[in-house]
Design a protein around this ligand. Structure first.
Ligand SMILES: *[C@@H]1O[C@H](CO)[C@@H](O)[C@H](O)[C@H]1NC(C)=O
Ligand SMILES: *[C@@H]1O[C@H](CO)[C@@H](O)[C@H](O)[C@H]1NC(C)=O
Ligand SMILES: *[C@@H]1O[C@H](CO)[C@@H](O)[C@H](O)[C@H]1NC(C)=O
Ligand SMILES: *[C@@H]1O[C@H](CO)[C@@H](O)[C@H](O)[C@H]1NC(C)=O
Length: 442
């Protein structure tokens, strides 16, 4: 008998309490019968429990002599041992071990895993529910969200403050297209303006959708309005690090301040001021500065904070304006002037979106309340379309760019029901003009 003999590779069968190990002799010649679960001792050398069994003498010796221990009460003839500790995925963990199970940590205590009971962002039951149902979209288990709590997901992956009363009371503008303009069934901004619109970036755990969506809409509109003269993507990091009156950075911010900054200070390109690897960039301070030429146009007074990009040109916008919440008006605005910003409400199921036309799924069991959450987010609407639903009905959708990287959703984009204010997507639509001076004209 040696303690090294008891290794997971020796597992021969399982028991409700764990794996049963058999020693060498026992494996070769067969074990004794009738394990007595009430007669047991801790077998420290092997970190195992040793059980009494039938004593069957075979030429003066136990028939199963592998584990032969002395117990003050009686001789234990032990051909079965049970490991002490906890099992998971075929592996034994010692007492006191801690493992992570999604967003919860589990400790092996008294041969059982005891887990914390936090609500996780990735909810496997929700994924299953969505994928089994006929909701028009499918859900996925995203590895980048696995291990986060629901709280953390909402805290780090969104980041737009609820719109201020000022923003909500802005006058609505309507595109100048005549009311009778025929709107196409499908519209995709990147087809109409190839190379002038910008795809989704990844905000990672930086709660700054206020900055990502604003920079992206501004960049698209400057490219479109300048007829392709200025096609650079604009730097969300510039906003996150420098929008000083908006000292939230990666801890949420307001859309009004972001547009204020675009108008008054302007942004350099994304290539000039790229995202920091550690997006907790509020710790870094602002790496860009500018001065006004007296006519409101700003010029950078610092080089780009990287060695590759030389152009530190500053891009500015007009004051933002609110587009009507009327579906047709939003479509006309996008088609005529480019993508728009939409402030939406994100529910827990949205994180799992993979493909299809998103609509919020409510589950109605008693427990479900603690799995639910709702918070403001900002995205970019880039087009629309129509699809035949499962019942043959027409399903209208928006195409929107998120800021969770291109591995999320449909290459970083998602489709969402159109015309029914799904998740408040039509509640507040914002856009702006590029601020191009005469010296910018070709
Ligand atoms: C989800 O993904 C994570 C990480 O990629 C993986 O460890 C986990 O087992 C998956 N969970 C389910 C329920 O598929
Ligand atoms: C950012 O910093 C906060 C507070 O120090 C921390 O809780 C959070 O995890 C950090 N986020 C990232 C992405 O490192
Ligand atoms: C939206 O505006 C269009 C005209 O652009 C109008 O025909 C339609 O009735 C409006 N819809 C609603 C719900 O007000
Ligand atoms: C969209 O829904 C929200 C919340 O229900 C509501 O406050 C808002 O007025 C709605 N907007 C439109 C255009 O229906």
């Amino acid at each position: 008998l040696s303690s090294t003999e008891v290794k997971p590779s020796n597992v021969s069968s399982f028991d409700s309490r764990g794996p049963i190990f058999k020693g060498q002799y026992c494996r070769s010649f067969g074990c004794c019968e009738d394990r007595d679960d009430d007669c047991v001792t801790h077998f420290y050398e092997a970190n195992a429990l040793c059980y009494c069994d039938n004593f069957c003498e075979r030429e003066n010796s136990d028939c199963c002599p592998d584990y032969n221990l002395w117990d003050p009460r009686r001789i234990l003839i032990c051909s079965y041992v049970m490991l002490v500790g906890c099992f998971r995925d075929g592996q034994l963990y010692e007492e006191g071990s801690v493992i992570k199970e999604n967003c919860n940590s589990c400790t092996c205590s008294g041969q059982q895993w005891k887990c914390s009971q936090l609500v996780c962002l990735v909810q496997p039951e929700l994924i299953e529910h969505v994928n089994k149902g006929d909701y028009g979209w499918t859900a996925q288990n995203y590895s980048q969200f696995w291990g986060m709590t629901l709280e953390e997901g909402f805290k780090y992956r969104l980041g737009t403050l609820p719109p201020s009363p000022m923003l909500l009371s802005m006058n609505e503008m309507t595109a100048s297209l005549p009311a009778t303009t025929d709107l196409p069934e499908f519209f995709i901004a990147s087809y109409k303006w190839p190379g002038w619109t910008h795809g989704p970036l990844d905000q990672k755990n930086c709660a700054a959708s206020w900055a990502f969506s604003t920079a992206s809409v501004a960049a698209d509109r400057i490219a479109i309005q300048s007829n392709g003269r200025y096609t650079a993507n604009l730097s969300p990091q510039n906003l996150i690090s420098c929008c000083a009156k908006n000292r939230h950075g990666c801890n949420s911010g307001s859309i009004d301040r972001a547009w204020w900054f675009l108008r008054k200070r302007g942004l350099v390109s994304h290539a000039c001021y790229p995202l920091f690897k550690d997006q907790n960039a509020t710790n870094y301070g602002c790496a860009m500065a500018s001065r006004s030429d007296g006519r409101g146009k700003r010029h950078a007074t610092k080089p780009c904070p990287n060695n590759i990009e030389k152009s530190n040109r500053i891009y500015q916008c007009s004051p933002p304006y609110r587009v009507s919440s009327n579906e047709t008006e939003i479509m006309k605005e996008i088609m005529q002037n480019g993508p728009v910003q939409a402030i939406m409400q994100v529910h827990e199921d949205f994180f799992h979106y993979k493909t299809g036309i998103y609509r919020h799924i409510t589950r109605t069991n008693e427990e479900s309340r603690k799995y639910q959450k709702l918070q403001t987010h900002a995205v970019k609407l880039t087009g629309w379309g129509t699809l035949k639903g499962a019942q043959g009905q027409k399903e209208k959708f928006w195409i929107a760019a998120n800021s969770w990287g291109i591995s999320w959703g449909e290459n970083g984009y998602f489709r969402i029901l159109r015309g029914v204010n799904e998740s408040d997507i039509e509640k507040l639509i914002i856009a702006a003009w590029g601020h191009l001076t005469s010296s910018d004209e070709p």
